[in-house]
Design a protein around this ligand. Structure first.
Ligand code: SIN
Ligand code: FE2
Length: 216
């Protein structure tokens, strides 16, 4: 029986190069999923998810919070990194060790040694939510990579080039997948297409994305 059906199960490579400097590590976060989710619950109790406002006055559909010394914030005055959560007036929750370990191990596998992120943006997508094509360019240390961890419902990740009009490749990201991009592709346009409806056994009706950066 096994042989009859084995052809039908898509076998995805464990690591896939997306571009020069960019690597997809499938299942990299699975070993620490329980710890990651427990830490996430703690963080969310101190810094609740919220829908930030863009400088243009739109409310973002993706809910966000942060942990670590710096957090990414957006409001009518622009995008920036702040040590303080504007909603609570407190510092952002500490970055848990299991977050840091995962980010550093993934970066090292992609060839980025000594990655010490000082910011972890936590994105929560519900079905239909998307993140339009954008560049991550609010960081002062673009020599460091971006490490992006996917948990919960699957999503389609778009990865383009240095120009918004460059062709975009699409990759399915599943629970536990980690994407690292830096060096020549550090400023590549990327985004998430509208999330499909679904229910994840550990996280329910949502996708969580952790994005680690060296912002300062
Ligand atoms: C981001 O670009 O900040 C997040 C990408 C993702 O959700 O995978
Ligand atoms: Fe981004």
């Amino acid at each position: 029986m096994q042989d009859l059906f084995s052809d039908l199960i898509p076998v995805l490579p464990e690591r896939e190069t997306l571009a020069d400097g960019a690597l997809l590590l499938r299942g990299q976060a699975l070993g620490s999923e329980k710890e990651l989710i427990a830490s996430l619950t703690e963080i969310t109790m101190q810094a609740p998810f919220r829908h930030m406002t863009t400088p243009g006055g739109f409310t973002m559909s993706v809910a966000m919070n942060n942990c670590g010394p710096l957090g990414w914030v957006s409001d009518r005055s622009g995008y920036r990194y702040s040590p303080v959560d504007p909603q609570t007036g407190n510092n952002w929750p500490e970055m848990p060790d299991c977050f840091l370990q995962l980010a550093q191990n993934a970066a090292a596998k992609a060839g980025y040694k000594n990655f010490v992120p000082d910011a972890c943006l936590i994105n929560r997508y519900e079905p239909k939510n998307k993140l339009s094509l954008h560049q991550d360019k609010d960081e002062k240390s673009p020599e460091h990579p971006i490490v992006s961890v996917s948990l919960g419902l699957p999503a389609t990740f778009q990865f383009g080039g240095l120009k918004r009009t460059d062709p975009v490749l699409k990759y399915a990201l599943h629970h536990g997948d980690v994407v690292v991009w830096g060096g020549p592709s550090r400023l590549y346009y990327h985004g998430i297409t509208p999330l499909k409806e679904g229910e994840h056994p550990l996280l329910g009706r949502c996708r969580i994305n952790l994005t680690f950066r060296k912002a300062a």
